[in-house]
Design a binder for this molecule. Sequence first.
Ligand code: BES
Ligand code: ZN
Length: 375
Amino acid sequence: MPAVPGRVDLEQPVWVSVEKGDVAALDEALFKSAPLAQNQRVAIYKFAPSELGRLADGMHRAMRRAPGFFAYDTLEAALEDLKTPPEPQARAYSLDQGVRVRELLPLVKEESIVSAITSLSSYRNRYYRGATGVDASKWLQQLWGSYAEGRPDISVEAFKHAAFQQESVILTMRGAAEPEKVIVIGGHLDSIAGSGDNPAPGADDNASGVAVTNEIIKVLIAGGYRPAKTIKFMAFAAEEAGLRGSGDVSAAFQKEGVKVEGMLNLDMTNYKGSEKDIYFVSDNTSADQNAFLGKLIDTYLGYTWGSFKCGYGCSDHASWSKKGYPASTPFESTYEQCNPYIHKAVDTLAQTGGRAEHSLKFARLGLAYAVELAK
Ligand code: BES
Ligand code: ZN
């Protein structure tokens, strides 16, 4: 039974799809009963929400052999994962907005990113089922709402989820020429440490991605930029609970036939753990769009970049890829050298000396991406 919006039963079960090869890497006790449905690749199980923490923990311990999981409100939604995902439509990428991009780049400010990370990480946690997780979403709705003042082409919406109270946040900058074509830029708003109400400042995972998203919006507005295509900036709820916020939003877009031409996922941007500046997640993402982002870096930014495989659907890009939309995640380090403090009370801004130098690069890349894609 789908949940009644507004009356959320916190112990309502979730249906989870897992790659079958991955089940073997996990604690057997988690999979004591037979799957409800399966094909050669994927199996569907029913879980109590309180068991998801153990599922995610097991995943992190297994690291490279790590399984991913997608959680859904209903069995019907989970069954969709038994289908082969659609191939993204091939599209042409071009770089010809150099004048505009170079004019906007200097407007990106580290202090402004620091300030957004500070605000978001000041909540005890941004847990998707907790009061402070709801508060953080409301705070962002207000902040983004203030950007819409005096801009009739900008609107802000709280995207409600049937199964939990934390809302995803969407700021739409309507395209002046081809508004039906949409570019999505964003990252997850929630944070987690274990499960429940534990302190989880999530400064890097993922206040840093939301702060970068916020900075891109601010710079586009400050620069008087008006896109030809529509840009939707998003902060997703409940990523840490199985990509549930982005799962719901992308499913709604797919159902309505929204033409998403590109999705840029920003998840963990402020911890420089590896030699190169930016690493692209190469699995469950679009190879063509990743190559385009590499070209944007070479042309406008001069940063060093590489790529790595998560080995599972490690963040919100996977929700969009699964719907056939081209998605990418530029990441702060390699997988092995990622921030060791995430999902703990110590994921604070102090770990990066109160600075956002690394995040700055992602805001500059996101800005170039927006201008070159929404033309
Ligand atoms: N930001 C992480 C993903 C991540 C961590 C990518 C380290 C690369 C290196 C994300 O918020 C997360 O924790 N994802 C979960 C999976 C999700 C389906 C619950 C994970 O990686 O366990
Ligand atoms: Zn994250």
